[in-house]
Design a protein around this ligand. Structure first.
Ligand SMILES: Cc1cc2nc3c(=O)[nH]c(=O)nc-3n(C[C@H](O)[C@H](O)[C@H](O)COP(=O)(O)O)c2cc1C
Length: 366
């Protein structure tokens, strides 16, 4: 089993998994080939869909890569808040001439079937979001030589991940684009952002656990990567920066919105999925964010046809435009080139900090 991510790639740069089409085999291959670490996002895919992507990626690059899984969510016992939300979305169905989706869609994201495939035909690394796997699941990956990473948004979640036997944690600051990987969405929190910023969280996690850390959230430039490495991270994970590349499968409306001055800022919202996620503030988020219930994935299923209809109509105001706080700094360049530019910026920043130092070993001394 590889014990260090340094064995996997040349640069301490991880391309974040991005479910919903953002990160497929093309993006991951380009990143891996350029010396970064590429990820496939299994979230929202069937187990077979995930496996087909793994095979396609293996056919394009021989380099190591990761697969990201969503943890199963509790069944919704009381649907009343979602039924109220359904009523509140009536205007959307009229506007986009579509129905709302079935709130009783699956809550487990095919987790067990995906685990079975990944155990039978192991990949180098598997990461998890929305919870912490059982010790048995993590042990089973260790046995087949797969490195495991659990996404965390608090020091307590990092501790739980270490206790369960994860090899590393991905520390996700509140700046991050897309869903917060919070292990349990607290329905009593308003969901709009009491989370910690990356540097504050990183320091807490580093003083709580001994396992290596990947840092994520708002990172767009090599100097920021240098900063999180200086603060104790072994690697930096970037989502929004890679979303803008031609290899990303994000909707062109989404890509354009990242740097469109019409979209001035991002917010955390439950409006689209029922779980806090950071996106560009558009009409849908502004109107429905204030009262959207904590009910993931029921709300995800509910709004799915509206989001699809908005995309079809070319209307970015009805889409979930996931983006991190650094979105304005997105650069529309090929993903391999982006890895090289980030690595050069990192090198220059480290030289300026007098931080040259040896490798970036995630498996090195933590
Ligand atoms: C469009 C989009 C989709 C995402 N999907 C996932 C996902 O499927 N799994 C996951 O663990 N994180 C996901 N994330 C979060 C990233 O892993 C990472 O935490 C985040 O992109 C870092 O912040 P940044 O976007 O500012 O770089 C997603 C982020 C974005 C922007």
């Amino acid at each position: 089993m590889p014990t260090a991510l340094t064995d996997f790639c040349r640069h301490p740069i991880v391309q974040a998994p991005m479910a919903g089409g953002g990160s497929g085999p093309e993006l991951a291959a380009a990143v891996c080939e350029a010396g970064g670490f590429g990820f496939l996002a299994a979230g929202y895919k069937t187990a077979d869909g995930m496996y087909q992507e793994i095979k396609r990626l293996r056919g394009t690059t021989g380099r190591p890569f990761g697969v990201n899984l969503f943890m199963p969510q509790p069944e919704l016992t009381d649907t009343s808040a979602v039924e109220v939300y359904r009523e509140q979305l009536a205007g959307e169905t009229a506007w986009y001439e579509t129905e709302l989706g079935d709130i009783n869609g699956p809550t487990d994201d095919g987790y067990e079937a995906k685990l079975a495939i990944l155990r039978d035909d192991p990949v180098p690394l598997v990461s998890f979001t929305f919870g912490c796997p059982s010790r048995a699941a993590l042990d089973a990956f260790a046995k087949v030589g797969t490195y495991t990473v659990v996404t965390v948004t608090t020091a307590a979640e990092a501790q739980a991940a270490q206790w369960a036997g994860a090899d590393a944690v991905c520390v996700q600051g509140v700046e991050a684009g897309g869903h917060q990987g919070t292990h349990r969405d607290d329905p009593h929190a308003d969901g709009t952002g009491s989370g910690l910023g990356l540097l504050a969280l990183l320091a807490q996690v580093r003083e709580t656990v001994q396992i290596p850390v990947i840092a994520a959230g708002g990172l767009m430039r090599g100097a920021q990567i240098a900063a999180v490495l200086a603060a104790g991270a072994s690697m930096a994970q970037l989502g929004t920066a890679f979303l803008a590349t031609p290899e990303s499968g994000a909707d062109p409306l989404h890509k354009q919105a990242l740097t469109n001055p019409l979209f001035t800022h991002t917010e955390l919202t439950r409006a689209f999925s029922g779980r806090p996620a950071r996106g560009l503030v558009n009409r849908f988020l502004r109107e429905h964010g204030p009262y959207a219930p904590a009910a993931y994935p029921a709300v995800h299923h509910l709004t799915s046809p509206v989001r699809k209809a908005a995309a079809k109509a070319g209307d970015a105001q009805g889409l979930n435009l996931w983006a991190g706080q650094g979105h304005r700094l997105a650069r529309e360049m090929p993903a391999g080139q982006l890895v090289e530019v980030l690595a050069a910026e990192l090198h220059a920043a480290r030289a300026a900090f007098g931080q040259g130092g040896p490798g970036h070993g995630i498996g090195g001394a933590a």
